[in-house]
Design a protein around this ligand. Structure first.
Ligand code: F6P
Length: 360
């Protein structure tokens, strides 16, 4: 019999389609194993205040499989080890208070569903004695140690659909259409979405680009008879020797906000080619709405595996997808790292073989 009788579950960081599917699987698997589940609201904030918690039963999670967002709420300003103070004095550490609440609520363990920032906080709590298991979440697909994260497939499908639609208007107007996608410092969404949507040029953070080479590619297309082009730009892409474009600098407790790469590329390409260019930023549309079937399945597997690991006492780990299996890997091996697109990734090689340009 597992010593785990009561667990808490929380979702942290930016939302990703499939969060509710994980919560549902955790609740159903745990309750079926005789474990009580408490939902903590708004990431670790729910551990600061017991009034922001609620018991979750299978009845509470009925019908949420296909819902976007998270029924528990989330925040990416919620690091209890360093809550930003409004004044100039910096930060305050509320982690001990969270640990007290964990004890008062008689929780035995936590399931922490989140991206790199949230998993980092989870690891710090684990080092302070809280038994827990992490579940990787991000549309960016950049979490170290897992081949995939739920949310990524939904984001890629959305991007591919948007690129499909942009093709016809690009062709009708004989324009260059630039599409900016999310992904932070990794080009997974741009590469997969761009290939699925048939983009001509894909600019990713891992390969700084040269405008002259991009223009050369667009001219070669014209010489070949093509009257329009579609360029996908990852928000973290930058020209050789240049910097990423930011919408806002980092400030206390908040990471820098990327954005503007698409506008920059469209402006420069119009200037250099003389062809009309337009840009579209897909933004948070990539994170909203219902998860794809693939993400629902992956999220359900992650939730079920997390409960299995808790009952086995495999704490301080993250569920990782290592096809065909889900395996536990130590959080210590995951945190502080980013899984970027490897330059020898076979999809990159194939993309180049079929004539997609990366501006290098
Ligand atoms: O990490 C997921 C992500 O959607 C990134 O792709 C993007 O840069 C960032 O979050 C946007 O964050 P926010 O929701 O704070 O605007």
């Amino acid at each position: 019999m597992s010593p785990v009788r009561k667990i808490g579950v929380l979702t942290g960081g930016g939302d990703a389609p499939g969060l509710n599917a994980v919560i549902r699987a955790v609740v159903k698997a745990a309750c079926n194993a005789g474990i009580e589940v408490v939902g903590l609201e708004d990431s670790f904030d729910g551990l600061l205040d017991p009034s922001r918690t609620r018991r979750l039963t299978p009845r509470d999670v009925t019908g949420i499989l296909r819902l976007g967002g998270t029924i528990l709420g989330t925040t990416n300003r919620g690091n209890p080890f360093e809550y930003p103070l409004d004044g100039p004095t910096g930060k305050i550490d509320y982690s001990e208070r969270c640990i007290e609440t964990f004890g008062q609520m008689q929780l035995d363990a936590l399931v922490v569903i989140g991206g790199d920032g949230t998993l980092n906080i989870a690891h710090q709590f684990y080092l302070k004695g809280i038994p827990l298991v992490g579940v990787p979440k991000t549309i960016d697909n950049d979490i170290w140690g897992t081949t995939s994260c739920f949310g990524f497939d939904t984001a890629v499908s959305f991007a591919a659909d948007a690129i499909d639609r942009l093709h016809s208007t690009a062709e009708a107007h004989r324009r260059i259409m630039v599409v900016e996608v999310m992904g932070r410092y990794a080009g997974w969404i741009a590469l997969h979405g761009g290939i699925a949507g048939g983009a001509d040029v894909i600019l990713i953070p891992e390969i700084p680009y040269d405008f002259d080479i991009v223009v050369e590619r667009l001219r070669a297309r014209e010489a070949f008879g093509a009257k329009f082009s579609v360029v996908v730009v990852a928000e973290g892409a930058k020209p050789i020797g240049g910097k990423v474009t930011l919408l806002a600098e980092a400030r206390a407790g908040v990471v820098e906000r990327l954005g503007g790469a698409g506008a920059l590329v469209a402006r420069e390409l119009e200037h250099r080619t003389g062809k009309e260019s337009r840009y579209v930023v897909l933004g948070h549309l990539q994170r909203g709405g219902t998860p794809t079937a693939f993400d629902r399945v992956l999220a359900t597997r992650f939730g079920g595996k997390a409960v299995e690991l808790l009952t086995r006492g495999d704490f301080g780990t993250m569920v990782a997808n290592n096809p065909p299996d889900l395996v536990p890997i130590p959080l210590a091996d995951v945190v502080g790292k980013t899984k970027t697109v490897p330059l020898d990734y076979d999809l990159l090689t194939t993309a180049r073989a079929i004539g997609v340009a990366f501006g290098d």
